[in-house]
Design a protein around this ligand. Sequence first.
Ligand SMILES: [Zn+2]
Length: 132
Amino acid sequence: MYKKCSRCGSGMELVLRNVVYRGRVKIMNVPVHVCENDACSHSQVVDVIKADLKKLMEEWGQHPQRQSINFEDVSELSHLMVLIAKEKEDATVREALQERVNELLDLFLLARSLGDQKWMHELRQRLTKIMV
Ligand SMILES: [Zn+2]
């Protein structure tokens, strides 16, 4: 998940942001990379969720109704990040957990790109267990 800023080359931090689409649709908890350099503070939507986001935008079309949606309901990554954010354990545990989740997420994306439903199901269960 580590990413370098395309503008200044600094590291980027993974955070959850609320994004407004066409001034009408408020999308809560969208994973976004934000540049750690305050002078730059360039931000961009995380690559792996672009497909999910694009699908939603296609459903809404050019003139969406005023609404507010929770991105964690459609995006696995957002869902996990929201859960992690709610965790009350100390930073070390959280970091270790996030690292493991990132690993599983990478595998999940691989499974999805291969269209391997059985593997996806298995990984989903493993991810769920970690988060309990
Ligand atoms: Zn930057």
